[in-house]
Design a protein around this ligand. Structure first.
Ligand code: GLU
Length: 472
């Protein structure tokens, strides 16, 4: 049987990194077994729907290097791939369950349900529908239907015994049937609930491996009962523990947690994000950390997905991104980094800009960071901290060294890094000063800070006029 996995997001126009990590696992399982990766849009909650969200999901997955084998924009014979377009299908199967005695019409009004909820609250019990409509006579049901009384269809749960969920990561999990609610399968507006639609779709789309958040693990007992009621084979379940935000809380847009697009716009490379995320809750057999997509597909072993939740750590992401940036060819790097540069470069030559950007290739954690790093080459004013000011006054040789630099640089005819490097040697000979006292004063005077790129490069790029001014 061909392996088929699916990514099933709601079209909210926002993909947090936890969702994306699930997609990565789904993609890797499919590709490892030469299978298909399917995109299904779960829009049964129409209130959360956002215009353009489907294209946004395609774009995100494409940027991450995933090929969607089937989905709304490239349908095959298993479509439609958008749940709101499958309403007739769900209705047919819901009625089939009613026929089989595994589901029933429920005509309860909102106030009746509210009363049940209040009773449950008073007894400090979770609300479970009391099943009263499962006892309606055939005649009553027919009469109600004829009179157009609004209804939902509920799943009839066994009240005793237990149901086992067999999960690849968590093993056999036993759920007491007594806690299972006669959940709604079909809502009064004809839309299915997620709890129903996921089963119907996974079966009809021949999904072999269902990979999703651990929060669905207990619910899966209900899904298993549906599979059994229909006499369908269950998929392999792989429930994955949550990715928590850096503060240890659930990831959410509201908490200001980064989404994939936020990170992408900050200048994180999609390959680095994928590489970082896959190791959040999965570990390879060896200690390899940096993976190409092909390597990931080969090494991925779903049995090694972790049982415990993991925490998003931007420092680790920066480490990966730094590595990926550094591995780009110079040409690719320039192409990547240039759009992030917001400083005015209209009076600079392309050669100057490229040289500047290349110097920082080895220093960057993410694209936008470039602006901060190159500030000193654009600002007219530089800030020297008090500590550095004290340093400049700490040795009588410092003013002598600075004066020597100024004179030598002023006299320089060709402004290039070779000549500038020569100047440093000359100042050394002339003043007899070496080491920190030779390099640090000029660095601080021209840039304000004690660290930076190679000194001749730094002097060259700041430019003759600015350097002389700052040394004066
Ligand atoms: N729409 C569900 C979600 O975004 C999908 C869960 C599943 O994969 O079944 O959480």
């Amino acid at each position: 049987m061909k392996v088929r996995t699916r990514f099933a997001p709601s079209p909210t126009g926002f993909m947090h990194i936890g969702n994306l990590r699930t997609a990565i696992f789904e993609y890797l399982v499919a590709k490892k077994y030469d299978g298909d990766f399917i995109l299904r849009i779960e829009d049964t909650d129409q209130n959360r729907k956002v215009e353009g969200a489907i294209d946004f999901i395609y774009k995100t997955l494409e940027l991450c290097g995933f090929k969607i084998d089937e989905g709304p924009n490239n349908p095959k014979e298993y479509g439609p791939y958008i749940q709101s377009e499958r309403k007739d299908i769900y209705k047919k199967y819901a009625l089939d369950l009613v026929e089989k005695g595994k589901a029933y019409y429920c005509f309860c009004t909102e106030s009746e349900l509210e009363e049940m909820r209040e009773k449950a609250n008073a007894r400090k019990k979770p609300f479970l529908y009391d099943g009263r409509c499962s006892k309606l006579s055939k005649e009553k049901i027919e009469e109600n239907l004829k009179n157009g009384v609004p209804y939902v269809i509920r799943q009839k749960m066994p009240k005793i015994g237990s149901t086992i969920v067999d999960d690849l990561i968590y093993g056999k999990v036993k759920i007491d049937n007594s806690i299972l609610d006669d959940q709604i399968l079909l809502k009064s507006d004809g839309f299915p609930t997620y709890n129903f639609a996921n089963v119907i779709d996974d079966h009809l789309m021949e999904i072999t491996h269902v990979i999703r958040g651990k929060e669905y693990l207990d619910q899966t007992a209900k899904y298993n009962l549906l599979y059994e009621a229909f006499g369908w084979e269950k998929p392999t379940y792989i429930h994955v523990a949550m990715v928590l935000g850096s503060d240890g809380n659930k990831l959410s847009k509201r908490n200001g947690d980064a989404s994939f697009m936020d990170l992408y716009e900050e200048g994180y490379l999609p390959e680095a994000i994928v590489n970082y995320l896959v190791l959040l809750g999965w570990s390879p057999e060896n200690n390899q950390e940096v993976f190409t997509m092909e390597e990931l597909i080969k090494s991925f072993n779903e049995k090694r997905i972790s049982k415990s939740s993991s925490q998003y750590d931007v420092k680790k992401l920066n480490w990966f991104n730094h590595k990926y940036i550094n591995n780009l060819s110079d040409e690719k790097y320039l192409e990547y980094i240039k759009p992030f540069l917001t400083h005015d470069i209209s009076d600079k030559s392309e050669e100057w800009v490229n040289k500047l950007l290349l110097i920082y290739k080895d220093h960057l954690s993410y694209g936008k960071e470039i602006n901060e790093l190159v500030n000193i080459f654009f600002n007219d004013e530089i800030n020297i901290s008090n500590e550095n000011k004290e340093f400049l006054e700490s040795d009588e040789n410092i003013p002598i060294v600075i004066k020597a630099y100024k004179e030598e640089l002023e006299n320089l005819k060709d402004w290039n890094t070779e000549e500038i490097a020569e100047v440093i040697n000359k100042v050394k000979e002339k003043t007899g000063v070496k080491g920190k006292l030779l390099y640090m004063p000029i660095r601080i005077k021209i840039s304000g800070v004690e660290h930076g790129p190679e000194l001749p490069d730094e002097i060259f790029l700041i430019g003759k006029e600015k350097v002389i001014n700052r040394l004066s």
